[in-house]
Design a protein around this ligand. Structure first.
Ligand code: C2O
Ligand code: CU
Length: 574
């Protein structure tokens, strides 16, 4: 009898323990549910009043915070009346959920006015994420968001220490004309350049000089354009999560009188290094540590400057506020000027300094199965200026690729693969392209599932004499190893030998510097079709993109909400 009771007791204990653990694991992964109304609103982000696209009335949109493993559900309701919407979750790999990538023309038909699209995905990695429109050049209108801050689950730790981590800073550039005007100019014949942005924004705030303008149009006292202010307590160390979603500009970020320690890039821990300024390119995210160790009787400037292009835009400004000074107190100093805009060497050097943290190295495969060389230039197609890769410019088809692949609709896109190289021996990267006429294609690179692929981005001269631009390349669905950067033309034997296979950083956006090259390696291990493109929105519009398909046959059936355009109309007939 006694034994039976004992046995029952221990069974009970085991049962309780099991249910407790089940409860723990269930409660750990949470579901976050949001409903977003997308509307146009008048905003005065840089004091100049213009229409902006907002999420629940805000631009930048709301912040999402989560823990690794959580599920995010966002119901996006398009209330724009006359414009479609698609929202991309930048750097979320969408493993097993390729239908949720939010890329118009690739994973879905953009959502028409009045409709709702429900995005649902798991945040599988600790990281700082961003989201933004992936429809036309709509991001320029303000449809981008703050960061999804994914924190480390309890029990795991990070290789650096700080006192406070609640400061997300996103940089954008801002034009006063509408995205419609800009898209029209960029695709017109003859080509009309949109010029440099009017303002650089920090967390959606900037200061345009309103002088001579009617206060109905531009009012420098509007509270919407009060600079962002970050309050710090003397002696404490802060972690700033920094992101750039500029539509054109490459930036340098600095805090007057303070050093920045770079500790994380695109979700990977960096072997820490100290710098006065952080170069940041559209699509990148970083964490930097800053210690409030200067004279605390005053405030300091935080500033962004355009680099890589001759600046015509005043710096973006925010306030580094020492407690207990007033958060709005403008420093009486001149904002730090930042490095020279054309100091390419220091930008390459910073790129090279970003290496994986010693304790967190994820070694790349030592060899690759395929090498794709991509020459970045401009050409014209029937007189229209386009960006091209290996002299081929890319466009998106009317029917999303992923649906076309699933349905085996071979007429939707060009079935001949795009070129994997260019006339590497003879091409002069310092000259205006000789073959002015190029072709446009909807074709895709098909990669063997699970194979290792190297991409070498080669920069060159544009259609303007003595001009080569910076291109931040971003890959959807994967992170890649950054094997190297260099100046001039890539050398297939000697530069390959110099690849960093020891401690390369893994990123999802990487700059290609003027007249330089960047080499990266990734494993095609995410079933679907993924964009790889220049994150400069206007370059994307002008054809600077390619597509990588692999294992798309493993993807499940397209959800109904992803359809409605092109050939997919036939699938949703009653
Ligand atoms: Cu943030 Cu396809 O980009
Ligand atoms: Cu570009």
């Amino acid at each position: 009898m006694f034994e039976l009771v004992q046995c029952r007791k221990s069974l009970m204990v085991i049962f309780l323990a099991l249910s407790f653990f089940m409860f723990i694991s269930l409660s750990e992964a949470r579901v976050h549910n949001y409903t977003w109304d997308i509307t146009y609103q008048y905003k005065s982000q840089d004091c100049y009043k213009k229409l902006a696209i907002t999420i629940n009335g805000m631009t930048p949109g709301p912040v999402i915070s989560a823990t690794e493993g959580d599920t995010i559900i966002v119901n996006v309701i398009n209330k724009l009346f006359m414009e479609n919407v698609a929202i991309h979750w930048h750097s979320i790999r969408q493993i097993g959920t390729p239908w949720m990538d939010g890329a118009d023309g690739v994973s879905q038909c953009a959502t028409i006015p009045g409709d709702t699209f429900t995005y649902q995905f798991v945040v599988d990695k600790v990281r700082t994420y961003m989201y933004h429109s992936h429809y036309g050049v709509q991001k320029k209108s303000g449809l981008y968001g703050w960061l999804i801050k994914v924190t480390v689950p309890t029990g795991k730790s990070e290789p650096f220490k700080y006192d406070d981590d609640d400061h997300s800073i996103v940089f954008t550039d801002w034009y006063h004309s509408s995205s419609y005007e800009e898209a029209t100019k960029l695709t017109s014949l003859p080509f009309v350049w949109i010029g440099e942005p009017q303002s650089l924004l920090i967390n959606g705030r900037g200061k345009y000089v309103c002088s001579n303008l009617n206060t109905n149009v531009c009012d420098s006292t509007n509270p919407e354009c009060v600079p962002y202010s970050l309050t710090v307590v003397p002696g404490k160390t802060y972690r700033l999560r920094i992101a750039s979603l500029t539509s054109l500009s490459a930036l340098s970020f600095q805090i007057e009188g303070h050093n920045l320690t770079v500790v994380e890039a695109d979700g990977q821990y960096v072997e820490p290094f100290v710098t006065k300024n952080l170069y940041i390119y559209s699509g990148e995210t970083y964490s930097v540590l800053v210690t409030a160790n200067q004279d605390s009787s005053r405030n300091y400037w935080m500033s962004t400057n355009e680099v890589g292009r001759k600046p015509e835009t005043p710096p973006g400004l925010a306030i580094f506020n020492y407690y207990p000074n007033h958060f709005n107190k403008i420093p009486h100093t001149i904002p730090p000027p930042g490095p020279a805009w054309n100091d390419n060497e220091s930008r390459i050097n910073q790129s090279l300094a970003i290496k994986a943290h010693r304790g967190f190295i994820q070694s790349p495969p030592s060899t690759s199965d395929k090498v794709i060389l991509l020459l970045n230039t401009q050409n014209t197609i029937q007189g229209r200026t386009r960006w091209s890769l290996n002299n081929v410019s890319h466009t998106l088809p009317d029917t999303p690729y992923l649906i076309a692949l699933k349905k085996n609709w071979t007429d939707v896109f060009d079935q001949t693969p795009p070129p994997e190289s260019y006339d590497f021996q003879n091409y002069d990267i310092y000259n205006v392209p000789g073959n002015k006429n190029s072709t446009s294609t909807t074709s895709i690179y098909r990669l063997e599932f699970n194979s290792t692929v190297d991409v070498i981005l080669q920069n060159a001269n544009t259609m303007n004499v003595n001009n080569s631009e910076t291109h931040p390349w971003h890959l959807h669905g994967h992170d890649f190893w950054v094997l190297g950067y260099g100046d001039g033309k890539f050398n297939l034997s000697s530069d390959v030998r110099k690849y960093n296979l020891v401690d390369p950083i893994m990123k999802s956006t990487v700059p290609l510097h003027p007249y330089g090259w960047t080499a990266l390696r990734f494993r095609a291990d995410n079933p679907g079709i993924w964009l790889f493109h220049c994150h400069i929105e206007v370059h994307f519009l002008m054809g600077m993109l390619v597509l990588f398909e692999s294992g798309s046959e493993m993807v499940g059936e397209p959800p109904r909400q992803n359809m409605g355009c092109g050939w997919t109309k036939s699938l949703i007939k009653p």
